[in-house]
Every structure is written in C-alpha cells, then in structure tokens.
Ligand binder design. Structure first.
Ligand SMILES: Nc1ncnc2c1ncn2[C@@H]1O[C@H](COP(=O)(O)OP(=O)(O)OP(=O)(O)O)[C@@H](O)[C@H]1O
Ligand SMILES: [Mg+2]
Length: 464
C-alpha cells in the first residue's frame, strides 16, 4: 500500500514562481500534516488540479504562463472542491474582490502573515479529518449492513433482506425479478445460503447461454444412444442438484419445448432423461431469475403462462437503483474501499461534487454499472478522493468492444439484424449492459451474445 500514509493526510498545492516562498511554505505545511506538491507557474497548477484532488491550494497572483486568476477559474469551472488562498505582493481592493468572486476563500497579502497561514492550514486539516471520518463511517456502515454480499440501507432493500430471510427456510420455488445488474444472482445465492440446503449444491444454468438443442439433455440428462453423440448415459443438472438448489438464470430465454418439461418436473418432482422410459425422482429447490417482463413474454407467445403461474407463487422483485438512490453513498463507499485495497491505492472516498454526480446518474445498468464505474474511477484516481472528473471520465469511458463494422445476422429475429455500429451504440448507451442493450435493439439477449461472438471471431484477442 504505497500511498496509505498519504491518504490520511490532506493534499496541498503550492503555486508560486518564487522558489523561496515555495520552500518556506512547504516547510510549514509539512509540519502542519500536509502532503505537499509544488507548481512553478499557473499552467503546472492547472495540470495538477486536473490530475488529482487538491484539498488546499496557495496560489500566487502574478506568474508567467497562466495567472493566479486563471488557476482559480479552472478550479471553479471543474468544481474541484479545493479550498484556495490567493497570495499577492500587489494587493488591491479590485484584486481581492475578483479573487473572492472566483472562489478564493482567503486573500493573503505578501509578505505573508505566517501565523495566519498556519491557522488556515489547521482549519483545512481538521475539515479533512472530519470528512475522512465520515467516509470511514459510510464504508463501515455499508459492511455492517451487508446481507450475504448485498448492501442496502433503503427501506426497499431492508424489506427485501427480511423477505429473503423469511423465505429462505421454506420456499421450494422462487422467482427473482429485477432489471439487469440489480443483484438477482446475489439474492438467489442468499436464498440458498440461508436455507436448509446451504451445504448442498447450488447449480447454475444460464438459459441464455445454452444452445437450444442441448437444453433438454443439459437439464434432464440423456441415455446412451438418445441422439447422435450421446455415447453414454448422462445425468442432467436436476439430478446433479438433487438435495440442493438449481438456479435457472435468465429463465425468460428458456425454449418453449423445455418450458413444458420443466413445468412437469416442478409439479411432480420427476425428471425424465432424454430417451429414457422411466422417470426419476428428484428433490430440488428451483430458483429462477429474469430481467424480462414475463407477462409480456406470455402475450408474445414466448413464455408459457402455466409455468409462469407455477413460478411466481413466490416472487422476489428487486427495485432498480434509481428508485433507491439513498443506497448509492453506501454502495460507493463499499466499492471504493474494495477497489482501493485491490489496486493498492489510498482512495478513501469521493468528493462532494463527485457524490452529487453519482446521485444524479440514472444507472440503467444498476449496481453492476455503479460497481464498474467506481472500479474505473479508482484506477484513474491519483489522489485520496475520487473527483467529479474521475467519475465523469469513468462514466464516459466506452466499454471496450471488439466490434468491427461488419453486419451480423441473427436467425431468430425478424427484419434486418442490427449493425455492429448499432450494437456498439446500444451497449454504450446502456453502460455495457447486455440485457438492456438487447432490449433496446429489439433482439433477444441470446441473439446479442451471438452477434458479439461473431464480431469477436472477426477480431480475436480484444476482449468484449
Ligand atoms: N445490493 C448489492 N450490494 C453489493 N453489490 C451488489 C448488490 N447487488 C448487486 N451487486 C453486485 O452487482 C453485480 C451484479 O449483480 P448480479 O449479477 O446479481 O445482477 P443480476 O440482477 O443477476 O444481473 P443480470 O440480469 O445482468 O444477470 C455483481 O457484481 C454483484 O456482486
Ligand atoms: Mg444475473
């Protein structure tokens, strides 16, 4: 942890073309508990402000390249949240008024009144320490509120946790719904881990990733000779999960023929291997998850209503993040702590401006998107706080996609398939969220995966 010590010290930027003033102030600031950097002109100062969060800046008015006023303007325009004192040997009322207007909190005539400089530094350090304590508190709170990896302080999430706790010991079949990235997999795992089968298997099948023709055999198994390539008997996932839990992720993608068979298994607790005559009894808890509106899928003829009613007897719905924005600071604190440790950075939180930005974003990709944004911002961050600029850049950064401007085809869908350009734009607009992107493009998630695979084949080695 190279920056660990510095992360607990406020950061001071000294901006003056006079090296003697800089070394005098560096001395005082070092003793006052600051980490110090120097800039010999306005341009260097502006660069430094763009790179990292600065808690306090002492800036000279008259300098070559860019004046103290230019530096103030930059700090104000990019809302860096820096406290600023403007120093000058040519103090005038006009200058002082202009400095205050541009956001300088103090105006220090030269020669400097050193006790006043020390008081200024002490004030900033105390404020810094209070903010650090608050950020620590949020991260601790997030850890305490955690329920099987899920963080949430909002009433909606508290209600959800309590529902999960109540259901876990009993429910045989649960349907977990919610937009992409809201935590359906986490909830499903929690239902298993809090239930009586926690020591048994939790088998997962992602229905959008299984090739349609293999589905039946994947879930229910097959006997030797049942189809070409079936060289020996094979148990399906239902049998493998016997005594435990089978998690059917993206159940909205389950082919209709398999839906009928699944319904039978749910109703009578039996599976029939493909090609077998006799059914076998299985004891499996089934948790199904989907980000699709299954009632709409029923209307479109893509989902069986009888299976839907069998599944949604117990339904857990996770609200989207934009409807519980009060959870954002806790999630942020937890993710910052995690990635800061992982990357060996001394990041302890976000600036108030960055926090505003995070609160205002609509989070179409929900918690997954927030997590990714914080991860990217932590990578970019050079200071001890994520700035609005770090967050902005992390939000803007396009998901790296190996999409060539080739046209893909999808067998399932009507009409011309989306072009690679459209696919890329849809992914960009949805923060890399494949389910939302697929919905926006009007194709199934599976079709989108196939398109991506195609582009990946055309351009291997660059991760999608
Ligand atoms: N309440 C939460 N607290 C902390 N992390 C969360 C929470 N909810 C989700 N996450 C994290 O967000 C990411 C997405 O969660 P998950 O995979 O469970 O979502 P999902 O609803 O299954 O999404 P999709 O529909 O795209 O499959 C995961 O990294 C998960 O750890
Ligand atoms: Mg999922």
């Amino acid at each position: 942890m190279p920056n660990r010590e510095d992360s607990s010290r406020p950061f001071l930027l000294l901006v003056d073309d006079d090296p003697e003033i800089r070394s005098l102030l560096r001395e005082i600031a070092g003793r006052g508990g600051f980490e110090v950097a120097e800039a010999a002109n306005g341009r260097e100062a502006i660069d430094a402000l763009r790179r990292r969060h600065v808690d306090l800046m002492l800036v000279d008015l008259h300098m070559p390249e860019a004046s103290g006023f230019d530096v103030l303007r930059e700090a104000r325009n990019s809302r860096t949240g820096t406290q600023i004192a403007l120093m000058t040997g040519h103090s005038s009322i006009d200058n002082a008024v202009e400095a205050i207007k541009l956001g300088a909190g103090e105006f220090l005539p030269k020669p400097l009144d050193l006790p006043r400089v020390r008081r200024l530094m002490d004030g900033v350090r105390v404020e810094f320490e209070n903010r650090q304590a608050l950020l620590e508190h949020d991260a601790d709170m997030a850890e305490r509120l955690e329920c099987f990896g899920m963080i949430g302080r909002s009433p909606a999430m508290q209600e959800l946790f309590s529902m999960v706790r109540r259901l876990a010991p009993h429910a045989r079949t649960v349907l977990v719904t919610g937009e992409t990235g809201t935590g359906k997999e986490l909830v499903s795992k929690a239902l298993h881990d809090l239930g009586p089968r926690r020591d048994k298997r939790f088998a997962t099948v992602n229905c959008s990733a299984v090739v349609e023709t293999l589905f039946e055999s994947e879930l229910f198994g097959h006997v030797r000779g049942a189809f070409t390539g079936a060289t020996h008997d094979k148990a399906g996932l239902f049998e493998a999960a016997h005594g435990g839990t089978l998690f059917l992720d993206e159940i909205g993608e389950l082919p209709l023929a398999v839906q009928a068979k699944l319904l039978r298994t749910l109703e009578n607790g039996e599976v029939q291997r493909v090609g077998a005559v006799e059914p076998r009894r299985v004891d499996v808890r089934v948790i199904a998850a989907t980000n699709r509106a299954l009632d709409e899928e029923i209307v479109k003829g893509r989902f069986r209503s009888d299976l839907y009613y069998r599944l949604n007897v117990v339904e857990v719905t996770i609200p989207p993040l934009r409807d519980r924005i009060e959870d954002v600071p806790y999630l942020t604190a937890a993710f910052v702590r995690r990635y800061s440790r992982e990357f060996g950075k001394g990041v302890s939180g976000v600036t108030p401006e960055a926090e505003d930005r995070l609160q205002q974003w609509p989070w179409p990709g929900n918690i997954r998107e927030l997590k990714n944004v914080i991860e990217r911002a932590c990578l970019l961050c050079e200071g001890h706080l994520l700035t609005e600029r770090d967050v902005h850049r992390a939000l803007q950064e396009r998901p790296r996609l190996a999409v060539r401007l080739a046209v893909g085809t999808s067998e399932e869908e009507q009409g011309p398939p989306p072009t690679a350009q459209e696919v890329r734009e849809a992914l960009d607009d949805t923060g890399g969220n494949k389910s939302l992107a697929a919905r926006r493009l009007g194709v199934s998630r599976r079709a989108l995966y196939r398109l991506l695979e195609k582009y990946e084949d055309a351009n291997p080695g660059t991760g999608a």
